[in-house]
Design a protein around this ligand. Structure first.
Ligand code: FPP
Ligand code: ZN
Length: 499
């Protein structure tokens, strides 16, 4: 019977490179004899042997393993959980198969990237910058269905580029013009000209304008109309919908507060806000309790009460509470922190080192931010963070960099702006420290000023796996914008009288 030896076992003696799947005929398949002779290389244990059909991929011998590769292999073995649950389920099978695809990238260097002094691929800064810049250009017609996501495409690229250290001032005018066209006359932003406003598009638009900065960008925002638009989103139960008549979820709570805080808008609800008819008078009324109702039995936060806990929604919930006030006060008031920390800690996958977004799902580079970004917020409330930063840095550098630029969910996937932005943000969370400092003066005003009391506190001081060339810029832990950009925006609007 044809067998394939696991790459890990064969790595002990050789480096292997995956070859394209052969167009199989039994004549092309490796002989059973040749394969069975390789079995002798294997340590005892049937888990190292998989039965395969004749048409499965084969591996090519590309030489002896290096010292660095051996160190990676040993490391992976040391963090591999030795027990596997029985029986196999769809989830455990998907998990095992995904790891087999990821493993060569954690053990070796299939993309042949230059390595840093820790034997990991260097951050491919220029390639990623070129990828993100190309995402700011024209798109072929097949991208038409992405039209409503245009604000996101801009935000992901601009944020990714600034974190990579690129100057984005050349885009300022164009970005300002694009969003002037996407602004809806009654407030908020749609995906483009004439599109109905949506809170996700509004969030991405306001962040993009914050990133490019400058008077023209700031002044292009109709803050009074925005206040009215947000007033339409506020719901009688305390949450926010994403669009007029749209779904109410925790993204709305976060996006709404980001916009209120950055633009220094009044906290009182506009007179025409429907929630006023239900006795609510401010945007914060019942909000903490509503976020609290999104915490699930697992400890994480879901999109809306009764749904499954998920990393992206957990970030939205914690960031929303961290805008409402000092995390040390708002998080323990509304969240069961021990259960949250337990759930967050379990999202880090071993041996991959990256995060998944929910129980029994696969590691994915975007959660480097969605969960990685939760740690600074949770730490500001508890003083403790239970995450392995070097392991996440390893996943991002070794497994999430695409050969030709851009970053990915996992090896085998194509790069995109979303995964590029949030892997890079994750790398930033791994590398930099932030603390909430009550004594910081904030941006000035007392309205939603908690986000301005953060300060940077140097680099992560533990074991690092990155060199100076692999370090990315600091990002604001709540807004996910370049450090300093959000504050500048807020200060600009604080200096203005009224709208
Ligand atoms: C599941 O996808 C993904 C979600 C349920 C959440 C997506 C939400 C965001 C990215 C948050 C957006 C944030 C803002 C600020 C608007 P999946 O089932 O493909 O992935 P999985 O298997 O990793 O769960
Ligand atoms: Zn993802």
């Amino acid at each position: 019977m044809p067998v394939r030896v696991s790459l890990r076992a064969r790595h002990r003696n050789m480096r292997m490179k995956k070859m394209a799947a052969p167009k199989s005929s039994s004549a092309e398949a490796p002989s059973a004899e040749a394969l069975s002779s390789r079995l002798e290389e294997l340590p005892v244990g049937s888990d190292r042997i998989e039965e395969l059909s004749d048409t499965e991929n084969e591996y090519e011998d590309i030489g002896t393993i290096t010292q660095a590769e051996q160190a990676h292999i040993d490391y992976l073995e040391s963090v591999t959980i030795p027990i596997r649950d029985e029986p196999e389920t769809e989830s455990s099978k998907a998990q095992r198969e995904a790891f087999e695809d990821i493993r060569p990238f954690l053990e070796g260097n299939p993309n042949d990237f230059p390595l840093n002094i820790f034997g990991l691929p260097k951050l491919q800064r220029e390639k990623h910058a070129a990828f993100l810049k190309s995402a700011l250009g024209d798109y072929p017609s097949k991208f038409a269905p992405m039209d409503a996501a245009r604000p996101w495409l801009l935000y992901w690229s601009l944020q990714g580029l600034t974190a990579l250290g690129c100057d984005i001032s050349e885009y300022r005018e164009q970005v300002t013009h694009t969003f002037s066209m996407a602004a809806y006359p009654t407030g908020g932003y749609g995906g483009g000209y004439g599109q109905y406003p949506h809170l996700a598009a509004t969030y991405a638009a306001v962040l993009s304008l914050t990133i490019v900065g400058g008077t023209d960008a700031y002044e292009s925002i109709n803050r009074r109309a925005m206040w009215h638009f947000l007033g339409q989103m506020k719901q009688p139960d305390g949450g926010f919908t994403m669009a007029p008549g749209g779904e109410e979820d925790i993204r709305g709570a976060y996006c709404g507060l980001v916009v209120l805080s950055l633009l220094n808008l009044p906290l009182s609800l506009p007179p025409d806000a429907p929630a006023r008819k239900h006795g609510l008078t401010t945007f914060l009324d019942k909000l903490g309790a509503w976020v609290s109702s999104c915490q699930t039995f697992e400890g994480g936060l879901s999109a809306a009460p009764g749904n499954e806990a998920h990393g992206a929604y957990a970030f939205c919930g914690l960031a929303c509470l961290s805008i409402m006030g000092p995390p040390k006060a708002t998080l323990p008031k509304h969240i069961d922190l021990p259960r949250l920390i337990h759930w967050m800690s379990y999202r880090q996958c071993a041996p991959e080192g990256g995060y998944n977004g929910r129980t029994n799902k696969l590691v994915d580079g975007c959660y480097s931010h969605w969960i990685g970004g939760c740690w600074a917020l949770a730490e500001a409330a508890t003083g403790r963070a239970l995450w392995n930063r070097p392991a996440l840095g390893r996943y991002i550098l070794a497994a999430a960099q695409f050969e030709d630029g851009g970053l990915v969910d996992k090896p085998g996937k194509r790069p995109d702006g979303y995964h590029s932005c949030y892997n890079i943000a994750g790398l930033s969370h791994v590398q930099h420290n932030y603390v909430y400092d009550e004594a910081e003066s904030g941006a000035g005003s007392v309205l939603l000023d908690a986000p301005w009391r953060w300060k940077t506190q140097g680099r992560y001081q533990g074991d690092v796996l990155w060199g100076e060339d692999d370090v990315v810029g600091q990002v604001h832990p709540i807004f996910v914008t370049p450090w300093g950009a959000a504050e500048e925006c807020r200060k600009y609007f604080e200096a203005k009288e009224g709208f």
